[in-house]
Design a protein around this ligand. Structure first.
Ligand code: SF4
Ligand code: SF4
Length: 691
């Protein structure tokens, strides 16, 4: 069409894009390194499933389908764009296999037209979302609309170019415009344009061509400065996703040494973010799905995972010069920037600490670590690790944390339980039952890990008693640690007191390694998760199962026979650390269904969309954060209770002593003490034991 214009356009656009990418790349390299090049096969499979097939996107059905159409259309039209750029130099240019005289070219031409139309359909869905539905989860502003306008105009321009070309060719051959099956959209456009003069056709051909070619390049350069940077970073972010068990928080190595050397503990400054964490920030699509599912946000707290990501991202961009400059001047690379050079920049007062200047402490302390945000994010951005890491800095370096947590920390330290009950009372729940200790029976097949709640809390002790009786009834060769058991340290770790957590983990690991149990059965999902997913980092590698899995197996094997009827409808609540983190959904339901007369009800928010009870992330040991300005504040447990009550149950069941406490309080808060709360083990014992 015009080689000079095309050359200038391509050189300017690609040059600018390369410069922008270089800047983003430089920012990614200021922090510490992180190895995300393991398990390549799994990474490739998950990239196919979640980046190309966009499995998670469809959790929001219409938006997911529309996005899939636009994404696939972009992939298909990539070659078309190359062809058009080539035609800037030579009118008849085509990639050889894509010529219309080639079989593959015919197929491609048809697909290209089809997807041009489907992409327009996809943009219409998003226009409807943004202009009519306006869901609160989407970011406000014109950027989203502008991008939709650019995408739809590119597609229309392409179809107009094809249509005008068909008319021109038909006239050159002295024939009438005919329908070309391999160019359906272009043919329809040709019929529509058929009545125009040669001059108008020529103008539209050029306008379509240059509009498409130039808009692609404008779009390209908008990417790095907009939320649409995910077009570039989304696939890599999915590829480099965290593949370690979901319930495992990153370890802090050599914590005692760090304390002695007075090194920074936890996430304090932006330059401590690894390249992968920065890639997370670049990749946020601002879809708001994370915030939409966040129990803290939906009950009016200040926390919004999306906003947290955006605040960190904007801060990073804002201080690009200082961050990159410091790295350049000290010449120490990533580690140096974190430990030396950046401290100098920060020391000058140029870069404030993340908390409280960029992220308010109330935001961090509102998180229940439920993982709903991470389950929802279509591009696998993580938040819990960042939130806990910022808590670590507040707790271990600054001693700044909600006052109530001090009691829990002290209790774990001195009495090995967060409530400070005397450690000697840990096995008091066994009174009247014949429950063996590991010290007396070191060759027991099963170690029943009771946990602090079921050891000390009056109500939760009934879970421990039910479990002990069920294990005895099934003839399981089991024992408990009794007074030797300590809190796993889960609340300390999630609250940011990594030092305390590691102390408890090391103590427990030593005890466990002394007995080397073949199987550990834990009745608390928090204990279960920590023992199964985090203790291997401390040398304690054992087979750990949750009590609902173990009970379901005993029922399936006929070792437990539920015979007593419980004629009731029970709404089942999934614990986050059992369900979302460890994907244990069926065993508790199977056990409940095995009880004669019992009907299991599912709330609308269930399984991996189940709402948190509000106890996780050490919330159990502190007051809930205040509601943000203008929001209707609500307790998380009461909102969850409402969801369960919507099913009109006679009773509510769960598989976690923390959930049990929160739901009992929730039912009381709603004046519904008539609806009783039970653990799955309690209900099974009612059905199995002597009636
Ligand atoms: S983990 Fe749960 S509470 Fe925390 S930000 Fe994510 S959704 Fe919200
Ligand atoms: S963090 Fe993920 S889920 Fe949240 S807005 Fe960004 S892309 Fe969407």
């Amino acid at each position: 069409m015009n080689p000079v214009v095309m050359t200038l356009l391509l050189a300017a656009a690609w040059g600018l894009f390369a410069w922008q990418i270089f800047r983003r790349w430089r920012l990614m390299t200021i922090g510490p390194g992180e190895n995300r090049f393991d398990q390549i096969g799994t990474r490739l499979r998950r990239t196919w499933e979640y980046a190309f097939a966009q499995k998670r996107m469809r959790r929001y059905w219409w938006a997911g389908i529309a996005h899939q159409l636009i994404f696939t259309g972009f992939v298909v039209l990539l070659l078309r764009t190359l062809v058009l750029w080539g035609r800037g130099y030579s009118e008849g240019f085509n990639l050889w296999v894509l010529g219309l005289d080639q079989p593959l070219g015919k197929v491609y031409s048809f697909l290209k037209d089809l997807f041009a139309v489907l992409v327009i359909a996809g943009t219409l869905v998003f226009f409807y979302y943004r202009l009519v539905l306006k869901p609160a989860r989407l970011s406000k502003g014109f950027e989203g609309i502008l991008i939709l306008l650019i995408i739809s105009t590119m597609m229309v321009a392409d179809i107009v170019y094809d249509g005008a070309s068909i008319v021109r060719d038909a006239r050159a051959q002295g024939g009438a415009v005919a329908f070309h099956g391999v160019e359906p959209a272009g043919s329809v456009a040709a019929f529509a344009l058929g009545g125009l003069s040669d001059g108008a056709i020529n103008f539209l051909r050029h306008a379509g061509f240059w509009t498409h070619s130039a808009l692609v390049l404008i779009f390209l350069n908008l990417l790095p400065v907009s939320k649409h940077f995910h077009v570039v970073t989304g696939i890599p972010n999915v590829f480099f996703q965290n593949l370690s068990p979901r319930g495992r928080l990153p370890n802090v190595p050599d914590i005692e040494g760090k304390l002695e050397r007075e090194e920074t503990l936890g996430l304090k400054r932006i330059e401590q973010l690894s390249w992968k964490a920065v890639l997370d920030l670049y990749t946020c699509t601002e879809c708001g799905r994370c915030t939409d599912q966040c129990p803290a946000n939906s009950t009016g707290k200040l926390l919004s995972p999306k906003q947290l990501t955006l605040d960190l991202r904007d801060y990073l961009y804002k201080h690009e010069k200082a961050l990159v400059g410091a790295k350049g001047t000290n010449g120490q690379g990533a580690e140096g920037a974190a430990e030396g050079g950046m401290a100098a920049v920060s020391g000058n007062g140029e870069l404030p600490e993340l908390v409280p200047d960029i992220i308010k402490p109330e935001v961090l302390w509102a998180c229940t670590t439920c993982g709903a945000c991470e389950t929802e994010c279509p591009v696998f951005i993580t938040y819990v690790d960042k939130i806990v890491d910022m808590r670590r800095n507040l707790v271990m370096e600054k001693s700044e944390f909600p006052a109530e947590l001090q009691n829990a920390f002290r209790g774990m330290e001195t009495n090995s339980n967060p409530w400070s009950f005397p450690a000697s009372d840990r096995a008091a729940w066994t009174e009247g039952l014949d429950v063996p200790r590991m010290a007396e029976k070191p060759d027991a097949d099963v170690l029943f890990w009771v946990g602090c709640s079921a050891s000390f809390d009056d109500r939760a002790r009934r879970i421990a008693r039910a479990m002990a009786q069920l294990l005895t009834a099934a003839g399981v060769n089991y024992a408990i640690l009794g007074e030797e058991e300590c809190c796993t340290g889960d609340p300390a770790r999630r609250a940011g007191n990594e030092f305390l957590f590691q102390m408890m983990a090391q103590t427990n690991a030593e005890i466990l390694n002394n007995y080397k149990p073949r199987t550990i059965v834990a009745s608390c999902p928090h204990c279960f998760n920590t023992l199964a997913n985090e203790y291997p980092d401390f040398g304690a590698r054992f087979r750990v199962v949750h009590h609902t899995e173990f009970l379901a197996q005993l029922v399936a094997e006929g070792k437990l026979k539920p015979k007593n009827r419980i004629d009731a409808k029970v709404a089942y609540h999934d614990s986050c650390y059992l369900g979302r983190y460890n994907e244990i959904y069926e065993p508790p339901r199977d056990t409940l269904r095995a009880i004669p007369g019992l009907t299991v009800l599912e709330p609308t928010a269930t399984r991996d969309r189940g709402m948190c009870c509000g106890a996780g992330g050490a919330q159990m040991f502190k007051e809930e954060e205040h509601a943000r300005e203008g929001a209707k504040g609500e307790r998380v447990n009461e909102k969850r209770t409402d969801q369960l009550l919507e099913t009109m149950p006679d009773m509510v069941a769960s598989s976690c002593p923390f959930c049990q406490r929160m739901l009992i309080d929730g039912l009381a808060g709603r004046g519904r003490e008539d609806v009783k709360q039970f653990d799955v083990a309690e209900l099974l014992w009612q059905a199995v034991g002597e009636a």
